[in-house]
Ligand binder design. Structure first.
Ligand code: SAJ
Length: 445
């Protein structure tokens, strides 16, 4: 064990990262950058080719520079061939996706395949880290037995095994990887120690625990965020009925030292918050009163609420949704990223098209249109439209020139603000019929 620790400290260790996506690639690049020889493994040819040419296949701030520098000095490379590279590795970090199926149960096929590849390659003294998000108990009931039976070796005695969940948000991944405290849950004290030593070379703070605690802690983080946003969304629906501005309500409530209500919006998107609450619920007995499921239902309802607001606002101006022209700002799931996975724009656009509207989208970061017409600027999107809908709070959308937009839109234009980024009072003064999430009548203050 001491030898492995020395090898980590001297960067004398070959690392393989299985799965080079949103998590795996930043992981591979950061470990290469502190001096390890890293192979990023992936089944996508385009990813492997891009990395080996020194290019990032992901639009993540800082990643391009990190990849080109480390590929150039020969510390980072990518490969399709997992067998050969895993056989040469002293440590493996598994960061493949763990999505959920239509029935909300985990789809472990990617993890199982990675475990098969890694299990065949395990040798004495090797470290295996799982970073993929997993349901409680996955390490004990799936990962450990599978690796032990394939290798014929014992975890924490012959090889080291740990669960080290990722905590990085796309758009700020590199900084958060280094600066957010990292949970290291070992399958035993030896595994915890070795995995800690490895992650300490990149992460500023490492917190040691066991695999099951780390699994639930990871899921609790995203589930807490989802439940908190659902609370903010319900508060928004309440405020709308009382014609009170939810933004102001939350701002005031959050002046209490022990209150931190999140921000309401058009729905919760992205690959994590929409999935992790179901992973947390999986493999535990259902209970009668379930705040986690209810939160998911509230957040899933928000796109429907936006569609209703659009219909109401158009009706108020004497227009029918059928044949109305609607401009949507944003298909990315959150601000300033190019990722549209589980974006609330998807159900909103589909419903609007189904209702007979003509929908155009503009997103400065994202090519996804979800079946709508694509515009190349805000002005192109709003030209000749009846209704402007803000779905994503991209920086570019935060200072809209309402006067210019009004001049390009049809008579009696409406705005539906799903992110509360437009001043309602200014919008009404500029001649728009304005509806916003959680907003009553526009007031000056
Ligand atoms: N959202 C709101 N209101 C808010 C905050 C977010 O409606 O107050 C919406 C966003 O617009 C987006 C969705 O929720 O549609 C998810 O946003 P997010 O900011 O939670 O971003 P993610 O999903 O990219 O990242 C989360 C992060 N988890 C936490 O902050 C607890 C990140 O640290 C995790 O690493 C990531 O999930 C993950 O991979 O698990």
């Amino acid at each position: 064990m001491q030898k492995t620790i020395e090898n980590i400290q001297n960067r004398n260790l070959c690392l393989a990262v299985a799965g080079s996506g949103y998590v795996g690639l930043p992981t591979a690049a950061l470990f290469a950058n502190v001096g390890f020889h890293v192979t990023a493994l992936d089944i996508r040819d385009e990813v492997v080719k891009a990395v080996n040419s020194g290019l990032t296949p992901l639009n993540e701030p800082g990643l391009q520079e990190l990849i080109s520098r480390n590929v150039e000095v020969g510390r980072l490379r990518a490969s399709l061939n997992s067998d050969e590279n895993l056989n040469q590795a002293d440590a493996v970090i598994i960061s493949v996706q763990t999505p959920i199926c239509k029935n909300k149960k985990p789809n472990l096929s990617f993890l199982e395949k990675a475990l098969e590849d890694v299990g065949e390659a395990i040798k004495k003294g090797m470290l295996v880290v799982v970073s993929s998000t997993a349901s409680p108990g996955t390490m004990q009931t799936l990962v450990k037995p599978k690796l032990e039976s394939l290798s014929g070796l014992k975890a924490d005695t012959d090889f080291y095994l740990a669960y080290v969940p990722e905590r990085i948000a796309p758009g700020n991944a590199l900084k958060e990887f280094v600066e957010s405290p990292r949970l290291v849950g070992g399958m035993g004290p030896n595994s915890t120690k070795i995995a800690s030593e490895l992650f300490k070379t990149v992460c500023k703070t490492v917190i040691e625990t066991d695999t099951s605690t780390a699994e639930i802690a990871k899921l609790a983080e995203n589930t807490f965020r989802d439940v908190n946003i659902a609370f903010a969304n319900q508060l928004a629906l309440i405020c709308e009925q009382h014609e009170v501005n939810v933004k102001k309500v939350i701002e005031l409530a959050n002046t209490h030292p022990r209150v931190n209500i999140h921000t309401p919006g058009p729905g919760v998107g992205g690959p994590c918050l929409t999935k992790d609450p179901y992973l947390l619920l999986h493999s535990s007995k259902p209970i009668d009163h379930d705040i986690i499921k209810t939160a998911r239902q509230i957040n899933d309802y928000m796109p429907k609420h936006i569609t209703k607001q659009i219909q109401q606002a158009l009706k108020k101006t004497g227009k029918d949704i059928k044949n109305s022209k609607i401009a949507i700002l944003g298909t990315a799931y959150k601000a300033d990223v190019d990722d549209s996975r589980q974006s609330p724009s998807n159900p909103i656009i589909h419903e609007l098209i189904k209702l007979g509207a003509e929908v155009t989208v503009y997103d400065p970061h994202c090519n996804q249109t979800f079946g709508a017409k694509k515009a190349n600027s805000i002005h192109e999107a709003v030209k000749g439209s009846d209704c402007l809908v803000v779905i994503t709070d991209h920086t570019e959308f935060k200072n809209l020139s309402l006067k210019e937009i009004k001049a390009l839109m049809n008579e009696k234009p409406t705005i539906i603000d799903g992110r509360i980024i437009i001043n309602p009072y200014r919008a009404e003064k500029s001649g728009f019929t304005y509806y916003g999430i959680g907003l009553g009548k526009p007031r000056k203050r």
